[in-house]
Write a protein that binds this ligand. Structure first.
Ligand code: BES
Ligand code: ZN
Ligand code: MN
Length: 512
């Protein structure tokens, strides 16, 4: 996609579609839009004065026009002026991009939102994200005919601004947004891939292939290494899959020599059958997406490396299938973690925390200033927070609050649950140091309490994305986010972790 930022009055921009926006209740056009309207003979103004266009959020109309550079003007409502934020920009731009695709328009121009007081860099970033994320569709396994209506891509995206002072920032925001959004789509593809193709080994292979030209170091552990290193909890889960053995993928990017490290850990269950605590069919349906955490971590570190952020980041992805086999781990088994604590297996379906425990210990030994893990960990988080918020817990309020703030900025919001020490009672075992399930009550918190046993003194945060990492038609009915697909993987966490790392880099590695 060709990304252009130009200084130009709206009537001069050449494109098949020009996106302009109006606020709710706006009766009269001002500034650049008024100039455009004058040349259009008051076409837009009349729509407003007759009340035909009311500026309601997401409401749109297309005008065919002559006498200006663009062939069509797409007028989209932004809602109330005081409620404008980056997420609305991402959303209306995504709507515009889908409209373009529907009518086979290959070039889209957007009036820069700097006129509304939005920072040029943030504006361009949101515009690029809106287009790239909004056009995503998992088409890999469709025949050409079925995929036809998703085929058209926007080839040229232009931002028209009124001031040359903004151009440099617009360009920077454009390339940042474009990179992160492309990586988000890459992770959506990866997570959507059926489990029979996306095994731990394939995940590693795909990641290595995608990262090969980047300035990162990669370390891969196979099943024997995992056992030999003493990751007994991780190994117990992974050994059940004789056809798709476990792997651990570790990627390090050093962008701030001698600076502190941020550790990222992502759950990578390429298929979760539940093991001997077998899931019922309806719960197993989407369990090829149980590696959304590993995907998020991969997409974030790839973005950070591509954009050359001044941070040090180490990502660890424990990858395994959770299967039923003669040599599977069983309820009642006791396993020993890398950290030394023993764990009684209450449920083979509480497998994620077992891999994460060992991966957290592994990364902590390498030395990290901050440690973040992200996982499709508990069904309980869907009950607590639904499908628009991820759960967050941790041992360091500065870190948790920083991630919260990053989430508000990028539109991937998180909400904190408490890790009060009283909850530890629920994961005490009679026969081992810990048990891997705390029962039904506070299931998301007790999973967090379990992980907390493996982070020592680290400043740590845990993000539970079981409710946000995939979507479906019935969730889409009430969320209707135009830049998130209707079905399948959302790749939530890629942009959240990237945003956090970018904010962290900007703070000179000193969160406050
Ligand atoms: N991968 C699941 C959690 C999940 C549920 C992800 C729904 C996405 C959507 C996890 O491994 C799991 O099975 N958790 C159990 C834990 C319980 C046995 C303590 C759960 O939530 O039921
Ligand atoms: Zn799982
Ligand atoms: Mn499970």
């Amino acid at each position: 996609m060709n990304l252009l930022a130009t200084v130009s009055p709206l009537e001069d921009v050449k494109a098949e579609m020009l996106l302009v926006t109006v606020f709710q209740g706006e009766k009269e056009l001002t500034g650049r839009l008024a100039w455009l309207d004058r040349i259009l003979g008051g076409q837009i103004g009349r729509l407003l004065s007759t009340g035909e266009v009311r500026g309601q959020y997401k409401e749109f109309s297309t005008l065919h026009v002559t006498g200006i550079g663009a062939k069509r003007v797409l007028l989209i409502g932004l809602g109330k002026k005081e409620d404008l934020n980056l997420d609305k920009i991402r959303s209306v731009v995504a709507i515009a991009a889908r409209n373009c695709r529907r009518i086979h328009a290959k070039s889209l121009a957007v009036d820069s939102f700097t006129t509304y007081g939005i920072d040029p860099r943030e504006s361009a970033k949101a515009i690029a994200e809106g287009v790239v994320l909004g056009l995503y569709k998992f088409t890999k396994y469709m025949s050409e005919k079925t995929a036809e209506k998703y085929k058209d891509k926007i080839e040229e995206l232009t931002i028209a601004d009124s001031s040359s002072d903004n151009i440099e920032e617009l360009r920077a925001g454009f390339s940042e947004g474009y990179t992160v959004a492309c990586n988000t789509n890459f992770v959506r593809d990866l997570v959507n891939e059926p489990a029979s193709y996306m095994t731990p080994e394939m995940f590693v292979e795909t990641a290595c292939q995608k990262m090969k030209d980047l300035n990162v170091t990669i370390n891969i552990l196979d099943e024997n290494d995992i056992l030999k290193e003493g990751m007994g909890a991780f190994y117990a889960v992974g050994r059940s899959a004789n056809c798709a053995p476990p792997r651990m993928l570790e990627i390090a990017y050093e962008g701030n020599p001698n600076g502190p490290w941020v550790g990222l850990v992502g759950k990578g269950i390429t298929f979760d059958s539940g093991g001997y605590d077998l899931k019922p069919p309806s719960s197993m349906e989407r369990m090829h997406c149980d590696m959304g955490g590993a995907g998020a971590v991969l997409g974030a570190i790839k973005s950070v490396a591509e954009l050359g952020l001044k941070v040090n980041c180490r990502a660890v992805m424990p990858l395994a299938e959770n299967m039923v086999a003669g040599n599977s781990y069983k309820p009642g088994d006791i396993v020993k973690s890398l950290e030394g604590k023993t764990i009684e297996i209450i449920s083979t379906d509480a497998e994620g925390r077992l891999l994460l425990a060992d991966a957290l210990t592994w990364i902590r030994k390498k030395g990290v200033e901050y440690l973040i893990d992200i996982a499709t960990l508990t069904g309980a988080v869907v009950i607590a927070l639904g499908n628009q918020l991820s759960g967050i817990m941790g041992t360091d309020s500065v870190l948790v609050n920083a991630i919260k703030e990053s989430g508000e900025k990028c539109g991937e919001r998180v909400w904190e649950l408490p890790l009060y020490k009283e909850f530890a009672m629920q994961i005490k075992s009679d026969v081992a140091d810990l048990q891997n399930s705390g029962g039904r009550g506070a299931g998301t918190i007790t999973a967090g309490m379990f992980l907390k046993e493996f982070v020592g003194e680290a400043k740590w945060a845990h993000i539970d994305i079981a409710g946000t990492s995939t979507t479906n038609a019935s969730i889409h009915q009430y969320i209707k986010n135009p830049y998130v697909p209707k079905e399948g993987a959302t790749a939530v966490g890629v942009r959240l972790l990237y945003q956090f790392l970018a904010d962290y880099a900007k703070s000179n590695s000193k969160l406050s």
